[in-house]
Every structure is written in structure tokens, then in C-alpha cells.
Write a protein that binds this ligand. Structure first.
Ligand SMILES: NC(=O)c1ccc[n+]([C@@H]2O[C@H](COP(=O)([O-])OP(=O)(O)OC[C@H]3O[C@@H](n4cnc5c(N)ncnc54)[C@H](OP(=O)(O)O)[C@@H]3O)[C@@H](O)[C@H]2O)c1
Length: 285
């Protein structure tokens, strides 16, 4: 299986080799070594979502996206990673439709797109999956996005399902991040907000004790319990954590458990945005 992520409009201040990307690549490599379900999956993060680049790229003319470089004949799921305000989504969907007809791509995905964009894209080329942030502390997709996906039959891939590590309980207000770590610019991760958001760590921690599991497993199992078509993608650089996270598949919640988690979570107000303002502006379009 091969998968490609075309991430449009990457903020210029974020280097291509940011921690987000390296966590991802390492986790995928390790997953491959482990023969995990992610075996053979490749993601390429692109700085722009230019249609011509997309067409030429898969034909072999673009360094980062050529099928030859990816060592595959076909990309199973091709994501546009942010909606480009300068290119009508119908043009993007049309370009991917062409690639599907040429047999270079099997399925079309979007990331952090708003419901109107999803509907417009889906009318041109059915969207197979939406990849957007969703976790116990980022529940925005529940209002409009999840009902729309259910109506249209589109799968949902929550990214940062562990709250970029925070929901695992391994990050405290005293944790020091490397200066290149993306979390240093995420408002939710200032030391003050980490302290204020501690209740979000206590919640999965408490349920984990009841279920004899780890907080990370609870955070993932909660996502898996929301809908059968939700598939979270946790990132890790450690094989032991890959095994631990896979253990979430064995955890089952009763409807009482889910009600209890919902009720506890609804009493917590998360402090700080999930992205810096300039990045947040690129979401939900
Ligand atoms: N579509 C998009 O725009 C977008 C944006 C962001 C991320 N993503 C994708 O989403 C995936 C994951 O997101 P993410 O890495 O940002 O966030 P995440 O999965 O919520 O959290 C990853 C962090 O949690 C830590 N971690 C993982 N498992 C753990 C465990 N069992 N116990 C304690 N700590 C644990 C990892 O550290 P260690 O490495 O030290 O284990 C890492 O710092 C990646 O594939 C990424 O590419 C997509």
C-alpha cells in the first residue's frame, strides 16, 4: 500500500524537516520493520498544492512525488493536505480524478477541509478520507464535519490523536522541548497552558486505571469507539510505544463508560489554541 499526503500552504516558518515530519517518517519506518498495518505506507509532505505540479509529479517529473521515487506503481490514498484558497477545490478534485482514471492514484483525501469544501470536492471526485485533528482535547469535528462525513460515506483519520503527546501524561509543565519542536509555537503547549490543561491528562489517566490500560491507549480507544469509520494515526519514534498504542484496539468501552468520559470532558475548558493563529487560519476552509 502506498499513500501520499500533499500538504498545501505549509507555513513558511516551519521547516520541511520539522519534528512533525520526522516523527511521522520514523514511526512509519518502524511500523514497516514491525510488519504493522502501516507497512509500506509512505507520506510525502509538499509545500504547495499546485495542480500542474501534481499532474507532472506523478508522471515522474517531480522529485518528491514521482511514483518511481516512492517505489510504487500506484498511490492508494492521495491527500491534499490543506485547502488552497487560490485554487478552486473542483480543479484539485478534477486533477485527482484524472490521476485515478490514469491508474496512478486509487483514492482521494483531504485534510482540515471545511464541510462546504468537502461537499464541492466530493461532487467532482468522491472523497475517501478526511484527515483532521481530533482527540479528547480537540473535538471541533464533532459539530459539522463528522455528520457530513457520515452522510457522504467518507472515512475519518484523526491526526495528533494523542494531543501531540499531551494526553499520554508524559508531558508536564516542566517538560522542555527542543527549539525545533513544533510544540514550542503551539499556544496549548505554553508551560502555563500545560499546567492549566492538566485535567485533560487526569481524565484518560483515571479511565486507564479502571481499564488496566495506559492513558495513550484510552485516548486512542475513545476515538475508535466514536464511529467504526474513524481510524486514528498516532505518531511515535519508539517501537515499544507502537506496541502500546496498538493495544488500544483491544480496549472496549460500554455506553456508560463513554457517557462518563463525555460528561467529564465536557466540564473541562481547554486553554490555548491547537495551532498558532497563522496556521489555524488554514483550517476549516
Ligand atoms: N494532516 C495534518 O495536517 C497533520 C498534522 C499533524 C500531524 N499529522 C499526522 O498525524 C500523525 C500523528 O500526529 P502527531 O505525531 O502530531 O501527534 P500524536 O500522535 O497525538 O502524538 C505524538 C507524540 O506522542 C508521543 N507518544 C506516542 N505514543 C506515546 C505513548 N504511548 N506514550 C507516551 N507518548 C507517546 C510521541 O513521542 P515519542 O516519539 O517520543 O513516542 C509524540 O511526541 C502523524 O502521522 C502526522 O504526520 C498530520
Amino acid at each position: 500500500m502506498a499513500l501520499i499526503s500533499q500538504r498545501g500552504n505549509r507555513p513558511k516558518t516551519r521547516p520541511l524537516t520539522s519534528p512533525e515530519d520526522s516523527v511521522d517518517d520514523l514511526a512509519l519506518n518502524q511500523a514497516t520493520q514491525k510488519g504493522n498495518v502501516l507497512r509500506g505506507v509512505q507520506q510525502v509532505h509538499e509545500p504547495t498544492a499546485c495542480i500542474e505540479q501534481l499532474r507532472r509529479g506523478l508522471a515522474g517529473g517531480h522529485r518528491r512525488t514521482s511514483l518511481k521515487r516512492l517505489k510504487t506503481d500506484v498511490i492508494d490514498l492521495f491527500y491534499q493536505h490543506r485547502v488552497d484558497p487560490n485554487v478552486p477545490i473542483e480543479d484539485v478534485a478534477g486533477a485527482v480524478k484524472d490521476l485515478i482514471q490514469q491508474g496512478k492514484v486509487k483514492h482521494f483525501g483531504l485534510s482540515e477541509a471545511g464541510v462546504q469544501t468537502i461537499r464541492r470536492a466530493h461532487a467532482v471526485q468522491p472523497v475517501a478520507a478526511l484527515q483532521s485533528e481530533y482527540s479528547l482535547w480537540s473535538r471541533e469535528p464533532e459539530a459539522e464535519v463528522l455528520p457530513t462525513l457520515e452522510e457522504l460515506g467518507i472515512g475519518f483519520v484523526p491526526f495528533s490523536p494523542l494531543g501531540r503527546g499531551f494526553l499520554t501524561g508524559k508531558i508536564t509543565e516542566d517538560t522542555k522541548f527542543d527549539s525545533t519542536d513544533f510544540r514550542t509555537v503551539v499556544p496549548r503547549f505554553t508551560p502555563e497552558n500545560r499546567k492549566a490543561n492538566q485535567a485533560l491528562v487526569d481524565l484518560p489517566g483515571r479511565i486507564a486505571e479502571q481499564k488496566k490500560a495506559t492513558p495513550a491507549q484510552i485516548a486512542l480507544a475513545w476515538l475508535l469507539a466514536q464511529k467504526p469509520w474513524i481510524v486514528p494515526i498516532p505518531g511515535t519514534t519508539k517501537l515499544s510505544r507502537l506496541d502500546e498504542n496498538n493495544g488500544s484496539l483491544a480496549i472496549k468501552f460500554t455506553s456508560d463508560d463513554l457517557r462518563e468520559i463525555d460528561s467529564a470532558a465536557s466540564k473541562i475548558t481547554v486553554q490555548g489554541d491547537r495551532y498558532p493563529e497563522r496556521v489555524l487560519r488554514m483550517s476549516g476552509r
